[in-house]
Design a protein around this ligand. Structure first.
Ligand code: SF4
Length: 89
C-alpha cells in the first residue's frame, strides 16, 4: 500500500478517524476527519482500498462506514473496480 506514504491522516489525531458513537462530538470528529480527507492527495486509492478490503470502521477516503456500505451496494458483488465518481471532491 504505497499510497499510504502520502496519507495526511498520518499526521492527524487518530481519534478523529475512529471516533466512537453516533452523535454530538463524534459527528464533529468525523467531519474534521473528512475535511482532512478532501485535501489528501491519496483519497482515491485510499477509498478504493477501504472498499475492496471491507473496512467496516472509521473514516477512509472521505467516507464513513455507512457511506462505504452504500458505495459497495452500488458497485454490486464481484463488480470490477471502476473509477469512483463520488470520491472526487
Ligand atoms: S483519504 Fe483520509 S483516511 Fe485516506 S489516507 Fe487520506 S487522510 Fe487518511
Amino acid at each position: 500500500m504505497e499510497w499510504m506514504t502520502g496519507a495526511l491522516c498520518a499526521r492527524a489525531d487518530p481519534d478523529l478517524f475512529f471516533a466512537v458513537g453516533t452523535a454530538g462530538p463524534t459527528l464533529r470528529e468525523e467531519l474534521a476527519a473528512k475535511r482532512i480527507c478532501v485535501r489528501c492527495p491519496v483519497l482515491r486509492p485510499c477509498l478504493a482500498w477501504a472498499l475492496d478490503s471491507g473496512q467496516a470502521h472509521g473514516v477512509w477516503g472521505g467516507t464513513n462506514a455507512e457511506e462505504r456500505a452504500a458505495l459497495r451496494r452500488r458497485r454490486g458483488p464481484g463488480a470490477p473496480r471502476a473509477p469512483l465518481s463520488t470520491a472526487a471532491h
